[in-house]
Design a protein around this ligand. Structure first.
Ligand SMILES: [Zn+2]
Length: 221
């Protein structure tokens, strides 16, 4: 499991009842606390910590090590193979980090601001100094109150946020409404919690490259 409350309670229960070995891929990662101003849904399953760790390629080094260790513990004979694969994966993660850094460096820190549908990019923002705003909390089930929407519209105007982005798994309606009222355009779609069926974001590397390029273009203009 990803852990940090990402999996829904019924899925967590089913996994726990399976009697199989359970590994949390986020074990040992210093999680960010949820700082959302509005987080009151009955449906949400997220806990006190933000589960969206995968948007930070550096933290993914720990994540992939946890998965490797789990594979080795159930298949000790494959240890050397798994460790070699991990080494390749860590190299790719490092390259991804260096590339991501080079992209965001094209945007002055003062312009690194974006609004997304739900609060899913805090780890990316934390690593690369981007301030994210969102009408929904960390959960995709949360809804935003009229007061939250009004204050976000004001923030967009005051802080001149140019990057408003919709997400593949979240209803685009709220962000589109805010964009319309703040008189700015939405600047594309980000892949936050799931891969795409077609196109560039069908695997992790494609998802990251798509998100970083889309954000960079949206913020720098
Ligand atoms: Zn999410």
């Amino acid at each position: 499991m990803n852990g940090l409350g990402f999996e829904r309670a019924d899925i967590r229960r089913a996994v726990q009842n399976s009697g199989k070995k359970i590994v949390n891929a986020t074990a040992g990662i210093k999680a960010l606390p949820i700082v959302s101003h509005e987080h009151h849904s009955e449906q949400h399953d997220h806990g006190a910590y933000d589960p969206h760790v995968w948007h930070d390629p550096i933290l993914m080094q720990t994540y992939s090590r946890n998965i490797t260790n789990a594979l080795i513990s159930i298949d000790p004979q494959g240890k050397e193979y798994y460790l070699n694969r991990l080494k390749d994966y860590q190299t790719k993660l490092n390259q991804l980090h260096v590339w991501t850094q080079s992209q965001f460096q094209m945007v002055p820190v003062a312009k690194r601001k974006a609004m997304t549908a739900h609060d899913s990019f805090a780890y990316l923002g934390n690593r690369y100094k981007i301030k994210f705003y969102s009408p929904q909390g960390v959960s995709t089930h949360d809804t935003a109150s009229a007061a939250t929407i009004a204050s976000l519209i004001q923030q967009i105007k005051q802080e001149q946020i140019k990057a408003l982005l919709i997400e593949n798994m979240v209803n685009p309606r709220i962000v589109q409404q805010i964009a319309k009222e703040a008189k700015v355009n939405t600047k594309g779609t980000l892949y936050a919690d799931a891969l795409s069926i077609r196109g560039s974001s069908q695997n992790y590397w494609g998802l990251m490259r798509h998100n970083v390029s889309t954000l960079t273009n949206a913020m720098k203009n």
